[in-house]
Write a protein that binds this ligand. Sequence first.
Ligand code: ADP
Ligand code: ASP
Ligand code: MG
Length: 426
Amino acid sequence: MALIVHKYGGTSMGSTERIRNVAKRVAKWARAGHQMVVVPSAMSGETNRLLGLAKELAPEKQTADYERELDMLASTGEQASSALLAIALQAEGLQSVSYAGWQVPIRTDSAHTKARIESIDDTKVRADLEAGKVVIVTGFQGADALGNITTLGRGGSDTSAVAVAAAMKAQECLIYTDVDGVYTTDPRVVPEARRLQTVSFEEMLEMASMGSKVLQIRSVEFAGKYRVPLRVLSSFTPWDIDIAVESQSGTLITFEEDENMEQAVVSGIAFNRDEAKISVLGVPDRPGIAYQILGAIAQANIDVDVIIQNLSKDGKTDFSFTVNRGDFAKAMDLLRSNVLPSLGAQDVVGDTKICKVSIVGIGMRSHVGIASKMFGVLSEEGINIQMISTSEIKTSVVIDEKYMELAVRALHKAFDLDQAAVQNAA
Ligand code: ADP
Ligand code: ASP
Ligand code: MG
């Protein structure tokens, strides 16, 4: 008997019929003797619907008070699906109880809309498991020290699940979704994409941080920190599939270098349409400017991604960086009202129509020329590169959003990731 955590995403929870299927699958695992903790997402489209309502009422408001209410609002989506799943499990003849984040409790910091989990008290959940219940822990949410409901950022139910699995030392955390694993790139964009049987933790971390939405980055960070065995698999297989077969399906995130691992130089391609570029123009080129600009941005709790500073001309330089699109208006306001006057810069301009495309692979450590091959492929397609950033195992470029699919497809092919390429080589 093992303690297993299942997480079901929005599409998997998308209708009462699908919730019934989830309940049947979970019941199968529970009846096989496992202690089951299940973390559901809101039904698909629900979080967008709720946030859309808020936007109708207050389009540009992004104050702390407003973000607190967004969390009150968005967290209801998961609360509803958790109760529905508990009801469906009870209808299957199992004992089941659902808990909101604050009831567990899952304690987070107070960064509304992107809170971080600080601690999980599993006393209550353990007692319920011992009593033979299937416990539903509501995904995507927690509560801060003052009891305010917080949410963990879009896609945050993944993080709830992995954090619960880490806190409870679960034997495995299974992330059930609408694809049957982690692919070389988003199969919705490149139909030739191939499922990876295993992907190393480091690659998964880069792919998630570069925009592969199949796992939220923080869930991968948790998995790495606490060595949580993590697998991504489909919730659309028949619910009564043999558990032994189910346990081997999908993609396993591995922590050790595995001899049998697929040894491609580039393992995957990620893209991100959620960023916007900000350029501060005509900044006096003196020590401290990066700190003045980015320090203010960090204080407002806005994450910065790619950064470039141009060579100075006549003592002035341009300084560009990317932020999440959701933080774009806030960052622009902040720079215009607080930073620009004291910095003595000429102007600040923004571009929301950009995207970031990244190639990822641990093989990049030991192979040279991979980045230049990437630039060559993009140049052949006539795609202009606006910014570049690299790490040991990835190279990212910022390009015009309209070329995103073209770039991803061309790179996928050039790095032999297409299904056909692998079949030919075999
Ligand atoms: P869930 O609601 O189950 O959390 P998500 O929509 O958050 O599902 O994540 C699954 C989606 O991630 C897939 O439908 C797929 O379009 C997308 N995706 C992006 N990159 C990848 C990738 N490399 N492999 C698999 N899926 C990916
Ligand atoms: N429902 C939340 C979202 O849509 C969290 C999640 O699905 O993981 O972002
Ligand atoms: Mg998700």
